[in-house]
Design a protein around this ligand. Structure first.
Ligand SMILES: Nc1ncnc2c1ncn2[C@@H]1O[C@H](COP(=O)(O)OP(=O)(O)OP(=O)(O)O)[C@@H](O)[C@H]1O
Length: 315
C-alpha cells in the first residue's frame, strides 16, 4: 500500500539555520501519526514542506504517493490542512464557512449539502450550524476547522498542534472526534504536538528535536526502551540514609530532592514491599510510575520536553 507520507533526506534551511535536517520518514496509510517535539524542533516546517506551502532546500517527499515538488496540485487535492491559528471567518455561520470551502475546492454541487451535514454531525456541531462562528468556543471552532479540512475527502489530514490553547476537557473532546473520524473515514491523520498526553493518542510517534528525527515507534515500543518504573519514596527519616540503603541492599542508584527519593526498577509493584521491609525508617508514601513519553524524550535528548520548550530547541 502507498504510504501516506514518505520522505528521504528532506531538508529546509533558513540562511545557515537548519530547521529540518535530512528527514527520513515513512508514515503508513490509515494511522494516526504524531510528530512530537518541543518549540522550534522543525515540526511546522516539515508540515509546510509536506503540504507544498514551503519549498524543501534538499531531499524528496511524497504525500499520498505524489511528489511534493513535481505533483503539488495532486498533493493539495489529497490533503487537508489545519493550521495552528484559526482561519475561519467569524462573521459567517458554520454552514457558510463550509460552503465557502466547498466552493474553493470545487466539491461537486450535488454532494455539498450532504457532505456538510455529515461532517457537522461527525464533529457534533449540527445544532449550531446556523450560528455565526464568532459565538463559538475555542473547542467548537477547532471542530469546525476539522470538518472543513475534511470537506474535499482528503486522504491525509495534517493538523499543526490541534489542541494548543484549549483547556484539558476540550482537548479530550477533540480527541474523541479525531478517533471517531479515523474509525469512520479512510484517512491518515498526521499531527504535530508538543503535548506528551496528546502523543499518547497516536498509533505511531516520531520524536523530533533540533530538526533531527530522534526515534520513531508506537508509544508502547518507545516506552519499553526505558524498561523501568520510577519509584518515589517519602520517609520520616534522613533521605541520605534511604539512598545508602538502596545502594547497599539492592545495588540501586537513587536520587533525592524535595519530592522524595527516586529510583528506577524493572518491576516497581513487586519491589515496593521488599523495599519497605528492608528500610529501618518509617515510610510515609510510595508511588510507582510507569515510563512516560517524557522519560523517552529525556532518555534520547538528555532533557525533558518542558526544559526543551523553555530553552528553545535551536536557540
Ligand atoms: N521563516 C523562517 N525564517 C527563519 N527561521 C525560521 C523560519 N521558520 C522557522 N524558522 C526556524 O526554524 C526552526 C524550526 O521552526 P518550526 O516552526 O518548524 O518549529 P516547530 O517545531 O513547529 O515549533 P513550534 O511548535 O514553536 O511551531 C526554528 O529554529 C525556527 O526559528
Amino acid at each position: 500500500m502507498t504510504p501516506a507520507v514518505h520522505t528521504a533526506g528532506l531538508r529546509k534551511t533558513y540562511g545557515d539555520r537548519e530547521a529540518v535536517g535530512g528527514l527520513d520518514l515513512t508514515v503508513p496509510a490509515g494511522q494516526t501519526f504524531g510528530f512530537l517535539g518541543p518549540n522550534g524542533a522543525g515540526k511546522s516546517t516539515t508540515i509546510g514542506m509536506l503540504c507544498t506551502v514551503l519549498r524543501p532546500t534538499a531531499g524528496h517527499a511524497e504525500v499520498a504517493g505524489y511528489d511534493v515538488l513535481h505533483q503539488s496540485a495532486e498533493v493539495r487535492r489529497n490533503i487537508g490542512l489545519i493550521f495552528q491559528e484559526s482561519t475561519l471567518d467569524v462573521d459567517l455561520t458554520a454552514v457558510e464557512n463550509l460552503r465557502f470551502q466547498a466552493e474553493l475546492y470545487g466539491v461537486p454541487r450535488r454532494r455539498v449539502r450532504q457532505a456538510i451535514a455529515e461532517l457537522l454531525e461527525l464533529v457534533g456541531l449540527t445544532d449550531r450550524k446556523d450560528s455565526p462562528v464568532g459565538t463559538f468556543s475555542g473547542g467548537m471552532r477547532r471542530r469546525l476547522e476539522i470538518a472543513r479540512g475534511l470537506l474535499h475527502t482528503p486522504r491525509v489530514l495534517f493538523l499543526d498542534e490541534p489542541t494548543t490553547g484549549l483547556d484539558p476537557q476540550t482537548r479530550v473532546a477533540i480527541w474523541d472526534h479525531l478517533h471517531r473520524m479515523r474509525r469512520e473515514l479512510d484517512i491518515t491523520i498526521f499531527l504535530t504536538t508538543h503535548h506528551l498526553e496528546e502523543a499518547e493518542n497516536c498509533d505511531r510517534i516520531a520524536i523530533i528535536d533540533g530538526g533531527e528525527l530522534v526515534v520513531e515507534g508506537t508509544p508502547a515500543e518507545l516506552k519499553a526502551v526505558i524498561g523501568a518504573d520510577l519509584v518515589t519514596l517519602r520517609t520520616g527519616g534522613d533521605q541520605a540514609t534511604v539512598v545508602r540503603a538502596l545502594r547497599d541492599r539492592f545495588g540501586l542508584e537513587a536520587t533525592a530532592d524535595a519530592d522524595g527519593v527516586r529510583v528506577r526498577v524493572t518491576d516497581g509493584a513487586s519491589f515496593v514491599p521488599r523495599l519497605c521491609g528492608e528500610l529501618a525508617v518509617p515510610v510515609r508514601s510510595v508511588t510507582v510510575t510507569e515510563p512516560s513519553l517524557d522519560d523517552v524524550f529525556l532518555h534520547y535528548t538528555g532533557r525533558t520536553i518542558r526544559e526543551a520548550d523553555t530553552a528553545g530547541s535551536r536557540g
